[in-house]
Design a protein around this ligand. Sequence first.
Ligand SMILES: Nc1ncnc2c1ncn2[C@@H]1O[C@H](COP(=O)(O)OP(=O)(O)O)[C@@H](O)[C@H]1O
Ligand SMILES: [Mg+2]
Length: 307
Amino acid sequence: MATGRGQCLVKTRQRETMDAALVLKGISKWFYQPRLNRSTPVLATIDLTVRAREFISIVGPSGCDKTTLLHIVAGLLQPSGGQVLLNGKPVAGPGRDRAVVFQNAALLPWRTLVRNISYGLECLKVEHREALSRAESWLDFVGLNGFGLHYPHELSGGMQQRANLARELAVDPEVLLMDEPFASLDAQTREVMQGELLSIWERTRKTVVFVTHQISEAIYLADRVVVLSSRPARVQQVIEVDLPRPRNDSIRESTWFRECEGLIRDLLRNGTGLSGVVSGRTATCGSDRQVAPPMGNRRPPSTSDGA
Ligand SMILES: Nc1ncnc2c1ncn2[C@@H]1O[C@H](COP(=O)(O)OP(=O)(O)O)[C@@H](O)[C@H]1O
Ligand SMILES: [Mg+2]
């Protein structure tokens, strides 16, 4: 049971501060099932405040509608009840202020990397040459300098996800919504990508909502971990991650980290009635794939677009 150790290692209070960026107010969702001719509740009342520049991880049992929740925040789905507010303004649909990074990098296979990244800028009416130049800078920023003329299939899964991230960052969103972006990577690449995501986040300080079902990933990345229950999902617990930044791999071995993992595992188990351990899926990249150069400490390119 989580009792005891949970009390000593976590603070569950949810700080409501003046710089709240994203507010989820009583979000609920029902899906109509035509075959049963009835609606099923999938999200119970979800209340959550995300501070500006905060990194939030959301974990929950598989199928508890984490993706549904993220789609509601992105404006891709309407909630059945409640409201999402970004800087006090209700979210009515998709917007440039929120970018979604999906599990599948979904790069356009017929475009080179640089042209994949410039595409979003061109949609914003940035002049072609300027868009290409900015795209090159963002590739450099995510450690893909020199890969601009490669096609997506010539890159490893990790590199594709970096390019994906560069594409979303290039249009300068305020909030990054990430849905298990590293789920299809092998375990080693996944840990490297977690470190690189933190490095990118520390240099851009976007507000991030990161959905995962890998507990260690959730803790390693986040300022707070939101633990959802099984369907209909509700917030079981919000755990403040009191680990120093910048974080390095040794943090995963700390007693605090391990206890926190245990606590979340207990919460997920109790919230689902399952006895298994929640873990990430893995897949290996092809041996002909290229290895990306290290990220370094590059500054984010300018995002002023004049669009
Ligand atoms: N538009 C929809 N209509 C009916 N059911 C849906 C719809 N979208 C998602 N679902 C169902 O909701 C469940 C949870 O979806 P999802 O948000 O992907 O869960 P998670 O991301 O937590 O694994 C799935 O069983 C899925 O089939
Ligand atoms: Mg999902």
